[in-house]
Design a binder for this molecule. Structure first.
Ligand code: PEP
Length: 252
């Protein structure tokens, strides 16, 4: 029975009312899912305390969408890994394509955030993916493997043993376009092979999620692929029934 993760990135969408509604519905539904599925929600930072409270007795983990690479001090507006940990956060997204493209986060900063998350005892979810132009140029594998390699070069391949990877083709995020199961599997397999060349045991144990307009309709075929270990879900994670349907698709 392979362990599957279904992670919901709410992005900048929430209020106290929607957080309560969504989490209440998820808690009610997640209890029915089989033990091989780990559900995780990533609310915006101001709602972490509320989410932590609501998830207290639930089988759903808490994640954060962003973190500072700095430990503490004069960094106005930043939130440290230790603060996230203090609110019960277990997973933190690093390298999401929106952070890379809209906020200029490069591989060096992504690796520093990855390290900060692990140093605080949490698990980074390293997001990687190519743009449409890069895919059309045939550069998909060099881009995604390069993004993974940047973390390996900075922290060593063993750092991936306590991390989750999320392959998210940029052209499929929030666009309604999904990579076909075969396209996604080919990239996941190539990422695993790239890591295996450096440490086969780490590569074997690595969870690689797929993200990009995943829905209840597309999830079953995607999750049936050998190297796809779950999904990172944006839009569909804002609707409890849609997100739970994706969770059901991950059951073995
Ligand atoms: C994401 O933001 O990680 C994502 C995959 O979004 P969506 O599911 O909306 O494409």
């Amino acid at each position: 029975m392979s362990t599957m993760m279904v992670a919901g990135n709410w992005k900048m969408n929430a209020s106290t009312a929607t957080t309560a509604d969504l989490i209440d519905s998820l808690v009610a539904g997640a209890g029915q899912l089989s033990a091989n599925v780990e559900m995780v929600v990533f609310p915006p930072l101001p709602y972490l305390a509320q989410a932590q409270q609501l998830l207290q007795h639930a089988n759903i983990a808490l994640g954060a969408q962003n973190v500072s690479d700095k430990a503490q001090g004069a960094y106005t507006g930043e939130v440290s890994a230790a603060m996230l940990k203090d609110f019960g956060v277990r997973y933190v997204l690093v390298g999401h394509s929106e952070r890379r493209s809209l906020y200029g986060e490069n591989d060096t900063l992504v690796a520093a955030k990855f390290q900060a998350v692990q140093a605080a005892g949490m698990v980074p979810v390293l997001c990687i993916g190519e743009t449409l132009a890069q895919r059309e140029q045939g550069a998909t594998l060099s881009v995604v493997n390069g993004q993974v390699q940047a973390v390996i070069d900075a922290l060593g391949v063993d750092a991936l043993a306590a991390a989750v990877l999320a392959y998210e083709p940029v052209w499929a995020i929030g666009t309604g376009l999904t990579a076909s199961p075969e396209q996604a599997q080919a990239v996941h397999q190539a990422i695993r092979a790239h890591v295996a060349a450096q440490n086969a045991v780490v590569a074997e144990g690595m969870q690689i999620l797929y993200g990009g307009s995943v829905s209840g309709a597309t999830a079953p075929e995607l999750f049936a692929q050998a190297d796809i270990d779950g999904g990172l879900v944006g839009g569909a994670s804002l609707d409890a029934q849609s997100f739970l349907a994706i969770g059901q698709a991950a059951q073995s």
